[in-house]
Design a protein around this ligand. Structure first.
Ligand SMILES: [Mg+2]
Length: 411
């Protein structure tokens, strides 16, 4: 079959996947009684912890799928640009449509970055849609489940993030009042000892201050909770090794992103230098970039962000590679309940799930965005309803929509 590359790069071309011989083999098999066609794709941004980008895929069967893309400038525009590529396609061909969009958007940069993020939002909506059409929960589409509930870790913040006692007080409150047994605190906080934050070097007093935070929090709640600490790609390799070594005396669940994400050799050297578990992954895209991280044994725990990395099946593929290296998966997550529950379906369906992040405990209305209860006692019970099993409350979406945003059409 001859490919028409002009059609491939022309969004207005009458182009179907029949032109792509490499991924069109089973197209006809998906027709028949499940002959459903995509009619539209819409987005609405909600002003939450971040500008959450919700995505809906509409069909001629009257069934709508809802997903979420990681927040970021340009994501709704990219989804608009991809909508013509989905018109008339069968939403049940989730994997094929994912590859279709990756290929169609190659010129816009679908190897990594916001284009992958935009595709992830559509891919997640397709899982919701396919589950509803087939009347199975989304985890079933990923191979079934290993667990009925997924452990959630709470990303914690205090008014004074540099005060070890304030961090310990908040840790105790989140464990005792909110019921979590897994937490994360930022460790890239000002200590007052910095001379130049741009050079990535940690002075001894800065290392001692970070150890003080870790000691205060783990001493206070270490019996009741696992606690991770995030460095947001801040330090040099040498400083990261000194910090990780100093933390070996404490029960650190993991130390996250101590060095910048670009240089794998440095990442691997830091990880191999210490018994402190090192996690990374939220700034890498698709299975390809995570494959290198895992093959080089550059992490003890891999931390992809499902709505950012490429979606539910892409995260499953990353987990499969991680499992080849006996590496657990801690899903980074800053999403609304839609992306969070989608992440929980993935975490249910992979053997090596460690936990899923919750980043919005101080927002107040996070769970109101959907009609269902989502998190209870630091766990998400995996919905058994078809698709993702969450229903947007469109009144709440409208109430918190980013100014100027059109809210979704009704189903
Ligand atoms: Mg992080």
């Amino acid at each position: 079959m001859v490919r028409d590359y002009r059609a491939l790069h022309d969004p207005n071309a009458e182009y179907t996947m029949r032109d792509l011989s490499s991924v069109s083999m089973n197209l006809e098999a998906s027709r028949g009684s499940r002959d459903v066609h995509i009619t539209d794709v819409q987005t609405t941004m909600v002003d939450g912890t971040f500008p959450w980008t919700l995505v809906r895929v509409y069909t001629d069967a009257g069934v709508v799928g809802t997903g979420e893309a990681y927040w970021g400038a340009g994501v709704p525009e990219l989804i608009d640009r991809m909508t013509p590529f989905l018109h008339g396609e069968n939403p049940l061909d989730v994997d094929r449509l994912y590859e279709h969009l990756i290929q169609k958007m190659s010129g816009e940069g679908s190897v990594e970055g916001v284009t992958v993020t935009a595709i992830a939002g559509i891919e997640t909506a397709l899982h919701d849609l396919a589950g509803k059409l087939l009347e199975v929960p989304a985890y079933q589409l990923l191979g079934g489940k290993y667990r009925d509930t997924v452990r959630v870790y709470c990303d914690c913040h205090t008014a004074d993030e540099a005060d070890p006692r304030a961090c310990a007080d908040e840790a105790e409150r989140v464990v005792e009042e909110l019921g979590y047994d897994a937490l994360k605190f930022d460790l890239d906080v000002p200590s007052g000892h910095e001379k130049d934050r741009a050079n990535r070097h940690l002075r001894p007093a800065e290392v001692r201050h970070k150890v003080d935070i870790v000691e205060a929090v783990t001493d206070r709640v270490g019996e009741a909770a696992d606690v991770a600490f995030d460095c947001h790609w801040s330090f040099s390799g040498g400083s990261a090794k000194r910090l990780a070594a100093a933390l070996e005396a404490y029960d650190v669940w993991w130390l996250e992103d101590p060095v910048p994400p670009e240089n794998l050799e440095v990442q691997a050297e830091v990880t191999r230098s210490t018994l402190t578990p090192i996690a990374a992954g939220e700034n890498r895209y698709r299975v390809t970039e995570h494959r290198r991280l895992l093959e080089d044994q550059a992490v003890d725990i891999v931390a992809p962000d499902m709505p950012k990395v490429g979606g539910m099946r892409e995260t499953r593929k990353i987990a499969d590679v991680a499992n080849q290296y006996y590496v657990p998966v801690a899903l980074h997550n800053v999403a609304s309940p839609v992306g969070t529950v989608a992440g929980a379906h993935v975490a249910a369906a992979i053997p090596n799930a460690l936990a899923l992040e919750y980043h919005s405990y101080q927002l107040g209305w996070w769970e109101e965005l959907v009609e269902e209860d989502v998190i209870a006692d630091g766990r998400i019970e995996i919905p058994e309803e078809p698709g993702l099993g969450v229903t947007l409350d469109l009144d709440v979406v409208a109430e918190h929509a980013v100014e100027g945003e059109d809210v979704f059409d009704e189903e």
